[in-house]
Write a protein that binds this ligand. Sequence first.
Ligand code: E4P
Length: 217
Amino acid sequence: MKFFIDTANLSDISEAEALGVLDGVTTNPSLMAKEGITGTENILAHYTKICDLVSGDVSAEVIATDLDGMIKEGEALAALHPQIVVKLPMIADGVKACKYFSDKGVKTNVTLVFSAGQALLAAKAGATYVSPFIGRLDDISTDGLTLIEEIRMIYDNYGFQTQILAASVRHTMHVINCAKIGSDVMTGPLSSITGLLKHPLTDSGLAKFLEDYAKGN
Ligand code: E4P
């Protein structure tokens, strides 16, 4: 299972990378705005900084919502750095743009996916990644993990190569349950990764080992 971090915060990205378990980064316009990164030039420069920090795929989202605009923006993003994955919204023109880029061998991430039907369309269009937003489904009392199970079954039925990128992951139980289901990737905040470290028995066990060692030395 690949671990992506869902942020544009360089310090969080560096911390996850330093742990040695990071496979990539996802961003979106809201995450960029949260870091105060505005204006096309600054946003593009920030993507390059992120690519320089990590060795895996970095999803960069288009803002255009029409096919020509998405193609133009996506090409500019893809030209920025070989690690860039063009992130496209799950709308009709987004599906067309996905097909356009996958035919050209450019990696894509179809985002804002909330149903199995949308995930099927993304796979048919040759998406590299599909991003079902599990946390946002949970937010409206719909089980996000059920969607991951449905997509896993559909993709396995037909051998689709599109990777399921569980997005809108909010906490460690999302990560663990996605792993149980067989999601290919998860993307979440730094806390969803570092939280996996925590167990009180690890802490008390280590304290005891160190205490006993100190007795004999
Ligand atoms: C996916 O790529 C999105 O950036 C993201 O996971 C959305 O998460 P949120 O619902 O916590 O905003």
